[in-house]
Design a protein around this ligand. Sequence first.
Ligand code: PLP
Length: 347
Amino acid sequence: MKDLKDYENLNRKENLKLASKVVHGAEGIDPATGSISFPIYQTATFKHSGIEIRDPYNYSRCINPTREELEKTMAILEEGTRAFAVNSGMAAITLVFSLLKPGDHLIMSDDIYGGTFREVNEVLEVNGIEHDSIDLSDLDLLKKTIKKNTKMIFVETPTNPMMKVADIEKITKIGHDIGALVVVDNTFLTPYFQRPLTLGADIVVHSGTKYLAGHNDVLAGVVVVKDSKIGETLEIKMYIYGAGLGPMDSWLMLRGMKTLALRMDKHNENAMKVANWLRSQPKVEKVYYVGFEDHKDYEVTKKQTTGFGGMISFKVDSTKTVNQILLKLKLIMFAESLGGVESLITE
Ligand SMILES: *Cc1c(COP(=O)(O)O)cnc(C)c1O
């Protein structure tokens, strides 16, 4: 186990833009050899250097240098104090939900990632954790939904698929007034476009599978926290669950993230063109895209993000049109997931 001080002394390279931070990481190079590509420490365990000596590395379920480099890089990018890289976005969300106890109440976005919804309904509910799913773009509704035992507000913004936007800063104020933790699933925008911890949120979760890794070749999840006490709790839970991301997958993520800024800018540019084009099509009834100036929460988007991302949903006139689109598309593939260099579509 590494000393927390290591995180406090993170070389944040504060003068760098995010586009350079993703390239240079935390350590960036291998401190042992100078290797420019951070090595894949493909090992399950580490040799002890003596009795009663606490070596920094002991066993890869607890700590692994490649995963640690990824975690520190994510802490830098999201401006948190600690990060945890785990086996999938769902593992990251599970780790965060493990902070709740029976009798607690959770408020979450109504239009939320399907896996998160399933976990809340099939696991949390069974374990005595209550919840309400609401439209978090409606702050009055949020205030009305709060209960004495509300311990967490889980925000996804923008939401999938309806592209609803929630005001992170305002939700945080409401949440903190009642002592609840505010968690933001930042998968869609990544720290390149949105940094929830700087807006007041306590925890950020990611499906690293998507834009962060960016090449549809790895499953990963990340949790980033602001408070080091929560970090200590999650660290222990991560060891217990055995959820830590493997060295090879950690490296793939570090490798993918080097081009995050370039990819996000291009996704942003292309999505704007596609959304406008879709809007002009006679068989398209409605396009949901946060970059439209007439989007209900365009002002909130402008305030809290520096880009619109690459996600679009749209409604067409009939099921027949849906089938025609899915089967006739040439470049865009009909497949689950998002955020990779290939463009995907799903119904
Ligand atoms: C994909 C996704 C998840 C789950 O991530 P996995 O890596 O598939 O486990 C969670 N939240 C959002 C917004 C997602 O898109």
